[in-house]
Design a protein around this ligand. Structure first.
Ligand code: HEC
Length: 167
């Protein structure tokens, strides 16, 4: 189990590096890969916002969009490898049950990075909208091997789905 988790993590990090045109090869797994991905992020990502700052890189706000929960459920396919909405079910990532309104890093039994655990973030819809645009910018050093969702409407859809799924 642990082995396969590490392998999936290494693949995800390699994909991220490939997507960014990085030439570094990542044959080492687990913790050793984190600094490499962070280095890439540090070069390309703007400054880290404060916990209660919801400004985005592209200047849009969640309020500019009407989220479509059904489209969001389809978009959630890209999260489902690592997250499920069932309470208490942690995969590679923590359960996202009740995520809206929850404090970051607070799911029992999930081994968060110190960066996520100490972020002081509360997951409001607006903060999720900002985080999902560029997870490494918003929580530098986090262990979510996912580049983010650049499409604004798709992020709004995802958040509409997350809201619906926790009712
Ligand atoms: C490759 C696996 C992976 C994918 C894909 C992924 N995540 Fe994550 N996610 C993680 C991990 C691991 C963490 C914990 C990060 C940490 O502790 O630094 C996390 C953390 C989070 C958190 C913070 C949770 C908390 O309890 O504070 C949110 C919100 C989140 N992910 C949403 C998403 C959404 C929405 C998607 C899809 C658009 C997604 N993630 C895709 C692995 C993933």
């Amino acid at each position: 189990m642990q082995q396969s988790v590490i392998r999936i993590g290494a693949i995800a990090v390699s994909l991220f590096l490939a997507a960014c045109g990085g030439s570094e090869s990542t044959s080492v797994a687990s913790e050793d890969t984190a600094p490499a991905s962070e280095r890439v992020a540090a070069q390309s990502a703007p400054a880290t916002p404060q916990a209660d700052d919801i400004s985005t890189v592209d200047g849009t706000a969640l309020a500019d969009f009407t989220g479509d929960a059904a489209a969001g459920e389809r978009a959630f396919m890209q999260c489902r490898t690592c997250h499920v909405m069932d309470p208490g079910v942690n995969r590679m990532g923590p359960s996202l049950a009740g995520i809206i309104g929850r404090k970051a890093g607070s799911v029992d039994g999930f081994n968060y990075s110190p960066a996520m655990a100490e972020s002081e973030i509360t997951w409001t819809p607006e903060k999720l909208y900002q985080f999902l645009e560029n997870p490494r910018r918003v929580v530098p050093g986090n262990r979510m091997a996912f580049a983010g969702v650049r499409n604004d409407q798709e992020r709004a859809n995802l958040i509409a789905y997350l809201k619906d799924a926790q009712r």
